[in-house]
Ligand binder design. Structure first.
Ligand code: PEP
Length: 252
């Protein structure tokens, strides 16, 4: 299956710096093959980046959206608005949304349903805290998050989901999960998907890893059987670094 490498720019960049990023990035990724590359910038940058990535292999994603389709929700963004501006993907349930904005599995579940209804592909983020890992609760937490977030999601839709395993202790800390630690959880997620749905679905869903990915650790992580791509925060803000990450097994 084609690896998916997604950039989560978080609350960084403005129009000028993002266009300069895209212009440079386009040059660096010319030789990259067999990867799906997605950039998830702030809402204010989506339109410009959509225009500047037309006819390239760069796809567009958002970092969040509301679960209602329209209405009196001041300050929120809908799935339709994201589609309108050229998004194909949307990150849902990122740990920063859960931690700072009190997003729950139930809200994430509603968002996934709305995303599918509007032909957006969700990148569902799940992951444990350091305390939970140290108390051997990782797999239990992952299981609960996955079951709750995927409640009543149809098997015709689930094939378009991307699941991002993002251990919270690895996000922005410079301390990535080892390939073995990540593979253990990815394999567990795949087995769970096969219980909830079936083997065929489970083997086709991309399970990507996120947490302090950089040029120096991408290759070893991507060599693991159940790791099908990466969600990249900090290192995606530099076009050369992100291009090297995207081309981890190509020459850029
Ligand atoms: C993220 O926030 O999704 C992320 C993976 O961040 P970083 O790469 O900076 O750890």
């Amino acid at each position: 299956m084609k690896s998916l490498i997604a950039a989560n720019w978080k609350m960084n960049m403005d129009i000028k710096s993002s266009i300069s990023f895209i212009n440079n990035f386009k040059k660096y990724i010319k030789k990259i093959k067999n990867k799906e590359i997605v950039i998830c910038p702030s809402f204010t940058l989506l339109n410009k980046i959509n225009e500047s990535t037309k006819n390239t292999k760069i796809k567009l994603g958002a970092q969040n959206m509301h679960f209602e389709e329209e209405g009196t929700f001041t300050g929120e963004i809908s799935a339709l608005m994201l589609k309108d501006v050229g998004c194909e993907y949307v990150i849902l349930g990122h740990s920063e949304r859960r931690q700072y904005f009190n997003e729950t599995d139930d809200m994430v579940n509603k968002k996934i349903k709305t995303a599918f209804k509007n032909n957006l592909k969700p990148i569902l983020c799940i992951g444990e805290t350091l305390e939970q890992r140290n108390n051997n609760k990782t797999l239990k937490i992952i299981k609960n998050q996955l079951i709750n977030c995927l409640k009543n999601i149809d098997e015709n839709e689930i094939k378009n989901i991307v699941i991002a395993y993002e251990p919270i202790w690895a996000i922005g800390t410079g301390k990535n999960a080892t390939p073995q630690q990540a593979e253990e959880v990815h394999k567990f997620i795949r087995e769970l998907l096969s219980h909830i749905y079936n083997n065929k679905i489970s083997s086709n869903v991309r399970i990507i890893y996120g947490g302090s990915i950089k040029e120096s650790n991408i290759k070893d992580l991507m060599a693991m059987k159940n790791i099908n791509g990466a969600l990249v925060g900090g290192a995606s803000l530099n076009p050369k670094s992100f291009a090297c990450i995207c081309g981890f097994n190509n020459s850029t």
